[in-house]
Design a protein around this ligand. Structure first.
Ligand SMILES: Cc1ncc(COP(=O)(O)O)c(C=O)c1O
Length: 298
């Protein structure tokens, strides 16, 4: 895993900096168990990944959400102020964000790491790169910042780009002391030998398993262009999905697509829908169905 992650940073990643668990869901819960808890705060910025408040609840950590700009970029002044005001023990930043696809610039990560480190009770900043492999050319990984920030955690998963969600393999890279802190809360032998063997096999076959990523990225960019060409608003996306809208009655659009055999996600802020990127044929079916639904509703 360290060797795999080293591809995304000129500084490299060592095995001592890596921790693996049963999906990045478990990685995140362990981080909240180790660094959150009663009297402590976890902070994110909406719209954000819907499971974070569940990890906060399960670890009895207070959950605080700030807002994003109207284009879903982080409002950095607001984010910085909230880190200073709420003194969070854990800041959760999905990049690319789910459900918007928005990636974070590295200077934003640096600003928030410095703000959290400077607090009375220093906090960690988790950049959740579950969709990291889908980011557009030129979008850097927060892994590059690890040597600069002892309180930075970058989390990854094999569920998305490796298309291996059923194997339940998530992992993080951080300072070795952060990995040690997780050892205090993890269950004994939490990662089965079968899971570890699966992860090793997947890494050995990474080029084949990741073979569809470039195709999906191209299809994603084509889909975004097509949606914008239809006059729709689409959030800039570095993930394998696109959030588009806005519709006065998004449920009617979702239902119209489903009636035509196309299932997308009714998720995100009111009026928006999220389409996962699939094969050329699947995206053509989506485009045809959406054209019909929009004509029917106009
Ligand atoms: C932003 C984000 N983080 C983490 C996860 C969890 O993935 P897993 O537990 O399968 O690694 C997801 C899954 O949808 C996600 O969207």
């Amino acid at each position: 895993m360290a060797a795999y992650l080293s591809r995304d940073t000129p500084h490299g990643v060592t095995p001592e900096q890596v921790w693996a668990a049963n999906g990045s869901n478990e990685v995140m819960l362990q981080l909240l168990q180790a660094f959150g808890g009663p009297g402590r705060v976890a902070l994110s910025f909406a719209p954000t990944y819907s499971m974070y408040p569940e990890y906060a609840r399960d670890s009895v950590t207070e959950w605080v959400v700030g807002h994003r700009e109207s284009d879903f970029a982080l409002d950095l002044d607001h984010a910085h102020d909230l880190v200073k005001e709420k003194q969070p023990s854990v800041v959760l930043l999905p990049s690319p964000n789910n459900p918007t696809g928005t990636a974070l610039p590295l200077d934003a990560v640096t600003t928030l790491c410095e703000a959290a480190a400077g607090n009375e009770q220093s906090g960690i900043v988790v950049v959740d790169e579950a969709y990291g492999e889908f980011r557009r050319a030129g979008t850097p990984s927060a892994l590059e910042l690890l040597p600069r920030h002892r309180n930075l955690v970058v989390s990854r998963t094999m569920s998305k780009a490796f298309a291996l969600a059923g194997a339940r393999v998530g992992y993080l890279a951080a300072a070795p002391e952060i990995c040690d802190a997780i050892r205090v809360v993890r269950l004994p032998y939490h990662l089965s030998a079968v899971t570890q063997a699966t992860a090793l096999a997947a890494l050995r076959h990474a080029p084949e398993l990741l073979g569809k990523v470039d195709e999906l990225r191209a299809e994603r960019d084509r889909t975004v262009d097509w949606l914008r060409g239809r006059g729709l608003t689409v959030a800039d996306t570095d993930a394998n999905f696109a959030l588009f809208g806005t519709f006065p009655d998004r449920h009617a659009v979702w239902q119209g697509l489903l009636d035509r055999g196309v299932l997308i996600r009714e998720t995100g802020p009111d009026g928006w829908l999220r389409v996962s990127i699939g094969t050329r044929e699947e995206m053509q079916a989506f485009q045809e169905a959406l054209t019909q639904v929009m004509e029917e509703q106009s």
